[in-house]
Design a protein around this ligand. Structure first.
Ligand code: SAM
Length: 415
């Protein structure tokens, strides 16, 4: 089977050194005396316990505490930047000169900082980076951090062609003003309230996704891009799959990572927004082949290569007792239609555009395999094409007939 490469997934060449520069900028912007280092490690562990506990129990403005913020930037933010860079590098993101990028739940500007590293070609584009958060202090510190990084890595900091950073204290869905942005984005913020006990009491997953979509779309210009990234956990996968279905049903286009506009074959715990059949929620989108039933259904998430992670970050994580052996991400990029745009097509024709998703697997007979997504549904790519990295987008030959892997239920593509 022939595979034509459409888009790789990975960080740009400058990422390794720019991530080192980011860590140096963190040390300058948030200096910690040697005698306080022990407390810093304890603060990271305390924050980790808070962040991984039931989210509704956490103090909403936790990043307003200086010790928590210093811990956040050194561990959580640093890994979030490593996680976001390859995703942002592969997005169809080409904001015009003067465009506004709105980052919701910006914290210490993690997403704009990751964008700076991921897209050096945008560094001298005069963009307005509008950051909003329910807590002001982390954004102010993040703006100083971005400035320090800009000085270390090149690109204008002042004047024409420089990014203009504005911060606004606002609790989403309020974005602090009526204006619409060319790009509306958010990283690691929506799971903070999407799954809260009160949100779950008031509405189901599909209803919450429809409201979130309408709030996001309201902040975006026609023709603009919406981008949401979350850690690759089951809840994020279900939330993003629900948001995707709500978006497609409202006429938005899915730009990434999905290679089609049919039902999501990896929705995790999300059933769908269609009619219930035998008491089960189903997708309202054209059907695809789903995985075989299992207690934990696959959710869409991607392993991120750890090769660009600075060794100092890896070392610090080990010292803290939270070594990072695996990093995963889930994301969704949507295009809001402009006047005259056609609705997305859901036809199964042409080459089989396939997004590799899982870690590699070894199949009987010594074949390489990787679970993937295509317009046929849950797909098992077998053979040489499965050796490309997770996140890669490939065009494969469309199988002449459907054969399915007995164990997983995936449609087999190749060899
Ligand atoms: C886990 S941090 C993520 C920060 C940053 N985006 C990152 O990726 O590292 C979540 C952020 O969302 C903010 N946040 C949570 N709920 C919010 C809301 N309803 N409106 C605005 N900001 C919110 C928090 O204050 C916090 O800064």
């Amino acid at each position: 089977m022939k595979a034509r490469f459409v888009a790789p997934f990975g960080a740009p060449k400058n990422a390794g050194s720019d991530l080192e520069a980011f860590l140096a900028a963190v040390s300058e912007t948030f200096p910690v005396q040697e005698s306080r280092r022990r407390y810093l490690k304890e603060d990271v562990l305390t924050l980790w316990r808070d962040l991984t506990s039931e989210r509704s129990l956490r103090f909403a403005d936790y990043l307003g505490k200086p010790s928590a913020l210093a811990a956040y930037v050194r561990y959580f933010m640093a890994w979030n930047v490593v996680r976001l860079v390859p995703v942002l590098a592969g997005l169809p993101l080409d904001p015009p000169e003067g465009a506004t990028i709105l980052d919701i739940g910006s914290g210490p500007l993690t997403l704009p900082i990751a964008l700076w590293i991921a897209r050096p070609d945008l560094r001298d584009r005069g963009l307005r980076i509008l950051c909003t958060d329910r807590v002001r202090k982390p954004m102010e510190s993040g703006a100083a951090l971005l400035d320090a990084l800009r000085l270390k890595t090149g690109g204008p900091v002042l004047g024409d062609g420089a990014w203009r950073v504005e911060t606004r204290h606002a609790v989403f869905p309020d974005t602090g003003g009526p204006g619409k942005a060319d790009v509306v984005c958010s990283a690691n913020a929506f799971t903070e309230f999407f799954w809260s006990a009160s949100a779950r009491r008031d509405s189901n997953l599909g209803e919450r996704a429809a409201v979130l979509l309408s709030d996001l779309a309201a902040a975006c210009k026609p023709g603009g891009l919406l981008f949401i990234a979350e850690p690759g956990e089951p809840r994020s996968g279900a939330m993003l799959s629900a948001l995707r279905e709500a978006a497609l049903l409202s006429g938005l286009r899915v730009e990434s990572p999905c290679p089609h506009a049919r039902a999501c074959p990896m929705p995790g715990a999300f059933g769908g927004l269609g009619d219930r059949v035998d008491g089960k929620a189903r997708s309202a989108l054209p059907p695809v082949h789903s995985p075989k039933w299992r207690p934990k259904m696959p959710w869409c998430h991607f392993p991120v290569p750890l090769d660009t992670a600075p060794s100092a970050l890896t070392r610090f994580s080990e010292e803290v007792g939270l070594p990072k052996e695996r990093l995963t991400v889930s994301w969704l990029a949507l295009r809001k239609p402009a006047v005259g745009d056609r609705a997305p097509e859901a036809e199964q024709k042409g080459p089989l555009r396939t997004r590799l998703v899982s870690d590699p697997i070894r199949l009987p007979g010594g074949w390489d395999g990787r679970y993937a997504c295509s317009d046929l549904g849950y797909t098992l790519v077998v053979g040489a094409a499965a050796r490309e990295g997770p996140g890669s987008l490939l065009d494969l030959d469309r199988p002449a007939r459907i054969s399915r892997d007995e164990k997983s239920g995936a449609v087999i593509a190749g060899p």
